[in-house]
Design a protein around this ligand. Structure first.
Ligand SMILES: *Cc1c(COP(=O)(O)O)cnc(C)c1O
Length: 231
């Protein structure tokens, strides 16, 4: 299978899931996660229509982005070390993985130095797995209050990673899936905190294993890697 035909299939799945949920598929951004992928394949995906790409590590973006054939929107989705904040801000358009107060403070400091507004997503750990990064959901109000005390920081939405599962939700009996409740909870939190966040726009959830469920539950940014770049 080529990258192009993988993309055609994924876009078809997104249309079906969006249609079933009464949503406009055009409002859902497909982000190609390129962490395991070389520049040639990324350029192939860009030729096939991809406009947004994501890397987990700052240094991978630094190495690959200058070699891309066309300008794309660049997302950072992995843990960001505070000593890489400056490089991250000059390399990426949107950071999805703001997951701790120390990082918020480092972003605020750099943004003030640059006198530049910085938009980002807050990563929440909805599944409660100890291996997952992100704020606990009940910490969110305090985190948002803290952010509003800084001049240049603009949180624009939420991100989460669902647990890795052996079986997709749709292979199990109704109500047995582990992924849908996580996405539904994030959507509820997103909606509840919308009132206090005029710039709230993005709900980043759904990967290769679960993006259809994420679409049904309201995601408007999907982060898909292996399903695009598999052979
Ligand atoms: C790797 C990764 C993805 C993409 O995962 P696939 O299963 O390859 O689609 C999405 N989000 C994050 C945070 C990742 O690290």
């Amino acid at each position: 299978m080529s990258i192009q035909s993988n993309l055609v299939q994924i876009e078809e799945q997104i249309r079906i899931a969006a249609g079933g949920a009464g949503r406009d598929p055009a409002a859902i951004k497909l982000i190609a996660v390129t962490k395991y992928t070389g520049v040639d394949s990324i350029n192939e995906a860009i030729r096939a229509g991809i406009t947004d790409i994501a890397e987990n590590r700052v240094q991978d973006g630094v190495a690959k982005f200058p070699l891309l054939e066309k300008p794309v929107t660049r997302h950072l989705i992995g843990t960001l070390q505070t000593n890489k904040v400056k490089t991250a801000l000059s390399t990426f358009n949107l950071i999805h993985s703001v997951d701790r107060l120390e990082l918020i403070e480092a972003l605020a400091k750099e943004a003030a130095k640059l006198e530049r507004q910085v938009k980002f997503l807050l990563q929440l750990n909805i599944s409660g797995e100890s291996t997952k990064h992100g704020f606990q959901p009940d910490a969110l109000p305090g985190v948002l209050a803290k952010i509003s005390s800084f001049d240049y920081l603009i949180p624009v939405g939420l991100m989460t990673i669902a647990p890795l599962v052996d079986k997709a939700d749709w292979e199990l009996e109704q109500g047995q899936g582990q992924v849908r409740p996580i996405f539904r909870r994030l959507k509820n939190i997103f909606d509840e905190s919308k009132m206090d966040n005029p710039n709230w726009s993005y709900l980043s959830m759904g990967m290769s294993q679960d993006y259809q469920v994420a679409v049904e539950e309201g995601a408007n940014m999907l982060r898909i890697g292996s399903a695009i770049f598999k052979n």
